[in-house]
Design a protein around this ligand. Sequence first.
Ligand SMILES: Nc1ncnc2c1ncn2[C@@H]1O[C@H](COP(=O)(O)OP(=O)(O)OP(=O)(O)O)[C@@H](O)[C@H]1O
Ligand SMILES: Nc1nc2c(c(=O)[nH]1)N=C(CO)CN2
Length: 168
Amino acid sequence: MARIYISVGSNIDPAHYLRQANVALTRALGELTLSPVYQSEAVGFEGEHFLNMVIGADTDLAIEELVSLLKQIELDNGRKPGAKKFSARTLDLDLLLYDDVVCSSPIELPRAEILHNAFVLWPLADVAPTRCHPLNGTRFNALWSQFDKPSQRLWPVDFVWDSESQTQ
Ligand SMILES: Nc1ncnc2c1ncn2[C@@H]1O[C@H](COP(=O)(O)OP(=O)(O)OP(=O)(O)O)[C@@H](O)[C@H]1O
Ligand SMILES: Nc1nc2c(c(=O)[nH]1)N=C(CO)CN2
């Protein structure tokens, strides 16, 4: 069994697609650990605000199977294959950590974004505060407390998981 962490992001109908991701990942992986949901300004391009969060789970799937599963869930939820890297998206699911595995090609683990993006590191520090980054051995709560916070604006939101009639 591997402990995994997945980053979830959306800036097209984001409340709907976060709920869809939760349903699809629960179906595929079983019990999930959900971080709080954060709203954030789009980083790297002009666009609608994002909702971001991190999901933890235990799985017997291999890394490649897991990345294929995430890609299929993205496609099932309106993700346009071949869209520009920095562009609006219905659903982005990235595997951040698979136990303490370190690898780079074709699959990058741990995902470099952990150290660069507040919208990844804050929710990861929420769900795995005392877990250590596999490359530098530092706990995620310490990495978050050292992060240059004014550089990226994000804020926690009250998120309603079980109602399609709510917008957040
Ligand atoms: N840790 C990982 N998690 C998910 N996909 C990965 C990972 N490492 C490599 N990949 C591969 O990289 C491909 C592109 O994913 P990547 O997240 O880099 O770009 P994207 O999701 O298309 O765009 P963006 O970077 O704008 O989110 C994926 O389809 C997958 O095959
Ligand atoms: N706030 C925010 N900005 C982004 C995000 C994201 O998930 N949240 N994802 C991107 C491409 O991976 C680019 N910019």
